[in-house]
Design a protein around this ligand. Structure first.
Ligand code: KIV
Length: 252
């Protein structure tokens, strides 16, 4: 699984054979210029999800439900999640989970909205937990395992485990029959997910558990700088990019 927030990237993810394109609320940090994921709106995720779905033939498209778009009220949560399937052509939704999402997961599953659960570090709670590793003591590890079991029983079709000790992720993976997908959770999960801007090397910062596999930022700096220089020096546009016609009408 890899995050995707736009059509060109989603097409590349699809072509690479990656199973799931996650329209993460990380779009808030990576693309929308917010300091956290908290300001991301349902409309922003819906618009990005629709773009990703249009470019994807094979990969499952999962819309990540933003902060407070679910959890306070079951009916509102169902309506917001339903929009992702009805209007944005998502295949499933992801919920950052806690005790408040078990019943919602059950209701959504009953209604035909597949739910991917997300436990461990859930950045929408960053004001409460910070962005630190979770499940590091017996009590909190046990709560994550219990919530994982509860969400599986409620119908979740897979579980994202973020920033937890590898041995906890291993235990959860062994205990559950649904697939686990890890990010900063070690090698024992059934799958892995990262934020695409970090993978391609577009973002300035990279999470400690992430890895850059490219230098798109460097490529963009070079191309943008070269364009600016060429316009300033008059080297662009040259004759090959310029057309002259006798009349004014037909210029292409
Ligand atoms: O929003 C996101 O990108 C995510 C992944 C980190 C799993 O939730």
């Amino acid at each position: 699984m890899l995050t995707a927030y736009d059509a060109p990237t989603a097409g590349l993810i699809d072509d690479a054979g990656i199973d799931i394109a996650l329209v993460g609320d990380s779009v808030g940090n990576t693309q929308l210029g917010y300091d956290s994921t908290l300001p991301v709106t349902v409309d922003e995720i819906a618009s990005r999800t629709a773009a990703v779905a249009r470019a994807t033939e094979r990969a499952l498209v999962v819309a990540d439900m933003p902060f407070l778009s679910f959890g306070a009220d079951i009916a509102d949560g169902i309506e917001n999640c339903g929009r992702m399937l009805k209007e944005a052509d998502a295949d499933a939704v992801k919920l950052e989970c806690g005790p408040h999402t078990t019943e919602l997961t059950r209701r959504l599953t009953d209604l035909g909205v597949p739910v991917q659960a997300h436990l461990g570090l859930t950045p929408q709670r960053e004001n409460e937990t910070g962005l630190y590793r979770q499940g590091t003591d017996e009590g909190s590890a046990g709560r994550i395992l219990d919530l994982a079991r509860e969400h599986q029983a409620a119908g979740a079709f897979s579980l994202v485990l973020e920033h937890v000790p590898a041995n906890l992720a291993e235990t959860v993976t062994e205990e559950l029959s649904i697939p686990t997908i890890g990010i900063g959770a070690g090698p024992h999960c059934d799958g892995q997910v990262l934020v695409v801007d970090e993978v391609i090397g577009l973002s300035e910062r990279t999470a400690p558990f992430s890895k850059r596999f490219g230098d798109v930022r460097g490529e963009m700096e070079d191309a943008i700088g070269a364009y600016a220089d060429a316009v300033e020096s008059g080297a662009f546009p040259g004759d090959e990019h310029s057309h002259y016609e006798d009349g004014l009408g037909d210029t292409y």
